[in-house]
Structures are given as C-alpha cells and as structure tokens.
Design a protein around this ligand. Sequence first.
Ligand SMILES: C[S@@+](CC[C@H](N)C(=O)[O-])C[C@H]1O[C@@H](n2cnc3c(N)ncnc32)[C@H](O)[C@@H]1O
Length: 310
Amino acid sequence: MTKIMKTYHELIFGDAENMKELKDNSIHLVVTSPPYFNAPFDYPDLFESYDAYLDKMRKVARELKRVVDEGRIVCIVCDDTLINGKKYPVVADLTKIYREEGFIYRDKIIWIKPEGYIRISRRSGVILQHPYPMYFYPDNIQETILIFQNGKFDYKKVSSGVKEESKIDVEEYQKNKWYLTTWNITNVLPFKNRLEEGIAAFPEEIPYRLIKLFSYVGETVLDPFMGSGTTNKVAAMLGRNSVGYEIDLELCEIVKEKMGLKQSSLFKKDYDVEIIIRDDARHLRTYLQEKVKKQKSVVKNAKRKTKKLI
Ligand SMILES: C[S@@+](CC[C@H](N)C(=O)[O-])C[C@H]1O[C@@H](n2cnc3c(N)ncnc32)[C@H](O)[C@@H]1O
C-alpha cells in the first residue's frame, strides 16, 4: 500500500522567465501548458508578435534547463495556433527551442478530444457550402504533448522503497491505453461559472498520467504556467510536492479553491500550500480587456475620420 507523506506546494505569482525561488536541479518533473499564442478566446494580443511569443518561450525553456534535475522530464501540452485563418507552427518551434536549449526530444503524444467538445468554431462546414476541391479546412480535435528529457536518467539513484511506493498500476496502464502515442481524453470546457471559466485548463487526467509515469513519490513537480493549478492539485493527490508560477494575479482565488484552501480547516489536508506574490505579477485579464477596448476605440476613431474625409 502507498504510504502518503505530507507534501509541500509553493505557488508563486510572477513571470516564469525568472524562477529565482528555485535552486539549480531542484525539479524532478515539469508538466505544463503554455499560453496559446494570442489565442482569440484566452489571450487576444497578449504578445506583440509571434517572434515575441517564441522569445518568451525560449526564456522559460532556459530557466527550465537550469532548475530541472539531470535526466528528468519536461512535458509541454501545446498545439499549433490558428489566428485569422493563419496557422502558427508552435509545436515545431517549441521542439526546436527545447532542443537548442539542450534538452533531448524524447516523445510526442497526441491528445485526442471527443468530437463534440470543440471549443472554437468549426471550419469543416465550409465544404458543405462549397463541395468542391480546395475548400477543405479540418476541425482540430487534438493537442500535442511534447516530452523532453534533460540528459540521461540514473535509475540506480532511486531507492527500492521509493520505487515500490511509486509503482504504476499496470492494469490501469493497459485498460486506459497509456501505452499508445495517442491518448483519448475528454477536455475541460470552460463553461460559464465553472472554476476554469476563461482559463484554458487541461483535464486532471493529463497531469495524472504524466506524474505517475515520470516522477516518484515525494519528488517535486513544476508547472511554470500554472493557470488554475491543475498540475499542483494532482501532484498533491499523488503524494508529490509541487511548484507553480502564474503571471496573472487574478487567478489567485481560483488556485486557492482548486487546492482546497477555501474548505473548512476542519478538513485535514495531507499537504501544505504557500502562496507568494511577486512584484512582477499582473492583472492580466483586466489588462487584456482594456487592450481590446483601446483597439476598438482606435478603429472607431479611424472610421470616423475616414467618413469626414469622404
Ligand atoms: C494554458 S494556461 C494553463 C492552464 C493550466 N494548465 C490549467 O490547467 O489551469 C497558461 C497560463 O499561463 C499564464 N502565463 C502566461 N504568461 C506567463 C508567464 N510569463 N509566466 C507565468 N505564467 C504565465 C497565463 O496567465 C495562463 O494562466
């Protein structure tokens, strides 16, 4: 039987390009999903350009190279982004960045969502209106889980006791087909009034599998783009410590709720949570809404001026 020990979770509000709270080689696994490049629903115009986005991703990758221990794994849930009909090759570019920063490209899992769970508008309908060649735009029901490794892992370093406590349930592994490069998992739809409203949260099943497959009980899992704190919650459930970084201070209450901090203190938890708020944390959602508002008024003014000229 697994002996669950008390775990510790440090949730830091600040920019993940600087993880100064973490010592070199102190992290045993990273499970994360970076912001989708200027995704219209979640981060409209967050980045000035695609190059600026990739530059931020590189800075975080560099920090991960420093904090991730020898031989350990970084899992990145991401996908190519479609904006105004143009595709941005995020998967290929992140693979290139992580390789250039010194990680080994170990694997790629395709996470397949149920067909009825598409969040963005369907593109495939175009061909129903124009059933001719060249009108084909498929609906995307997948995301990619990129798996990188920081050099070679020394299996001898793990004690037999810890190994036993972290044993993978082979029946679950076989039954739910963890062994394939495609994982069929239902995604979280951010419906109104859900805890994850407005956050592109991943389902708990993703960190659940990755944490079980790539870390041992008592080790530390990091999510540099914490969002609502899914990775941290699952790490606590599985007897792992965790660290999270999130730039948006507006998510603090959601993270607290997900980590069970809003429940009565009579409910005894087998983990401790510390929340740190740094000076570089921002009120991102408000900032983005204001940015969109400003843009709209610029467009309105421009239209008014053009009318006058005519
Ligand atoms: C796709 S969401 C992560 C969702 C998370 N996996 C969950 O289940 O809730 C990406 C998160 O990264 C955050 N973020 C964006 N830029 C950041 C940065 N430079 N440092 C830390 N967090 C950042 C966004 O605010 C957003 O909450």
